[in-house]
Design a binder for this molecule. Sequence first.
Ligand code: B12
Ligand SMILES: *[C@@H]1O[C@H](CO)[C@@H](O)[C@H](O)[C@H]1NC(C)=O
Ligand SMILES: *[C@@H]1O[C@H](CO)[C@@H](O)[C@H](O)[C@H]1NC(C)=O
Ligand SMILES: *[C@@H]1O[C@H](CO)[C@@H](O)[C@H](O)[C@H]1NC(C)=O
Ligand SMILES: *[C@@H]1O[C@H](CO)[C@@H](O)[C@H](O)[C@H]1NC(C)=O
Ligand SMILES: *[C@@H]1O[C@H](CO)[C@@H](O)[C@H](O)[C@H]1NC(C)=O
Length: 423
Amino acid sequence: MLSLAYSIGVLLALAGAMVTQGCRESTHDHLVQELLQRMEKSVKLDEPPNPSILLAMNLAGATHGHIHRWLLREIKKNAVERARTDMTSGEVALYILALLSSCQNPRCVHAMGKTINLIPILKQKMNEEINKKVITWYGESLDILALCLLKEYDNQDAVGAVAKELLNTGSSLCVDTQAMAVLALVCAYNHTDKQHLIHDALKAVTNNLLDEQKKGNGTIGNIYSMGLALQALETSSEFYAPRKWDRAQAFSVVYNHSYQQPMAMAQVLPPLVDKSYLNAGRWGCAATNGMTPSQQLPLPPMPGTFGVPTLPPSPPTAPITVQFSITNTLKNYFHYSTSVCVPDNSTLLDVMKVARSEKPDIFCFKTEHKSRGPYVTSIHGLAGNTTKRTYWQFFSCWSPLQEGVGTYKPKNWEHIQAVFSTY
Ligand code: B12
Ligand SMILES: *[C@@H]1O[C@H](CO)[C@@H](O)[C@H](O)[C@H]1NC(C)=O
Ligand SMILES: *[C@@H]1O[C@H](CO)[C@@H](O)[C@H](O)[C@H]1NC(C)=O
Ligand SMILES: *[C@@H]1O[C@H](CO)[C@@H](O)[C@H](O)[C@H]1NC(C)=O
Ligand SMILES: *[C@@H]1O[C@H](CO)[C@@H](O)[C@H](O)[C@H]1NC(C)=O
Ligand SMILES: *[C@@H]1O[C@H](CO)[C@@H](O)[C@H](O)[C@H]1NC(C)=O
């Protein structure tokens, strides 16, 4: 009797485990599909193509839709038209990852009757930016990663420089930069004369990422650095071994968040399909060529949404007041403050536009369109400068914003400050 009850108990427990397992899997697939769809929907045909989105679609195997075709065509067009003249080395590197993962040869990009080779362009831009000291460690890592996936290993000085930077000041670099550096160095590791240095750097920085996760109860950096951090930790276990990574905790942070911004989705999708930017060369390409259709992730129309419930359109609400100030203490001090009235649900960009229309000579500003939306280049006639490593940094009270002006929505009576800063 007892043993029968026991067996039933075991069976029930087993069934329970299977159900949970199956449920978790389908929830996971559902999330991937949802993110893919949301990301595809965000693609605007009148904006420049975003190579990170094409890369994410390739890694997830979503290579058959018209959005994919459009992105690939526009990426090639932009490459021949703009790579040489108005891209940074980091942008060229992202284009190379996007093309590699689309089974295209970056050495021979053909569009609009022109053909170019992106590799010498990347190398030349990278060297120029390093010499002029305008490169960021994030950009340099991206460059190293692209060259490594192309099996171009003649940039050993840069590899050594990134490794040394990680060992010297590793934990003061932002998590995104640490993660991109991990991807670059993991790729370079078996193709370098600096294995000891790289090994030490990877050990230090991956342990630091694990410490950050502990401090953040699962969050490594912030919610927007999770995509790259997961990619980094997935691909570097041999460098933090025997230490164990609480992978489930880190993934649950991502499952719990409902990502809406295209770039954030593009960086978080690869780890959700067990891929990283290191797979841009091999897997991404296999996904378009070698895979049978059943292995690909289809994009069925999906009723409802995951994470955020769809809210019914809400009636207009009372306007809010936002305080906005601009401060420059670096050179020729100035400080101005104002408060503006905007409809609830307005973005910080809307707030700045109202301030500008009320006092144009004080709150004038300029933006540039970037993959993540509008980037504020200058305020009150004072522009950030990559040579001097200056930029306009945004705060709410005294904490830096984790979103740009195009998506951040201030609350009633919130005090937003733009401070001219260095990085
Ligand atoms: C380097 C970097 C910077 C540098 C860029 C300097 C330079 N010359 O390269 C500096 C320090 C200036 C910077 C500033 C800011 N950044 Co920043 N930055 C990054 C980082 C680490 C790498 C970006 C990169 O080089 N990509 C590679 C290149 C090839 O791609 P790209 O699309 O051309 O990149 C350009 C744009 O991304 C732009 N940029 C950088 N940050 C931001 C932020 C926003 C909102 C926009 C629209 C553009 C932008 O500068 C890049 C180089 O030109 C990313 C991390 C990540 N996960 O992507 C964070 C990241 C993009 N930044 C972020 C944020 C929040 C900001 C700020 C809003 C912070 C603040 N409190 O003020 C400001 C921008 C304010 C403004 N003036 O509009 C967030 C964006 C989160 C989100 N919700 O999308 C990220 C993801 C970091 C994070 N995990 O929080 N950043
Ligand atoms: C380097 O090569 C060794 C031997 O082939 C392999 O075991 C190891 O996983 C490789 N490491 C990386 C980071 O690629
Ligand atoms: C992590 O969780 C602990 C205990 O629940 C809490 O005290 C701490 O504030 C949390 N830390 C963060 C960064 O959320
Ligand atoms: C994710 O959400 C679940 C349910 O709300 C919660 O139990 C879990 O602690 C969350 N995970 C993290 C890492 O925040
Ligand atoms: C707030 O604005 C977003 C678009 O920025 C919109 O989708 C949403 O419905 C708005 N919410 C409310 C409560 O008005
Ligand atoms: C940035 O500063 C450098 C050095 O002072 C200057 O030569 C350059 O013209 C500036 N760039 C821009 C875009 O203003």
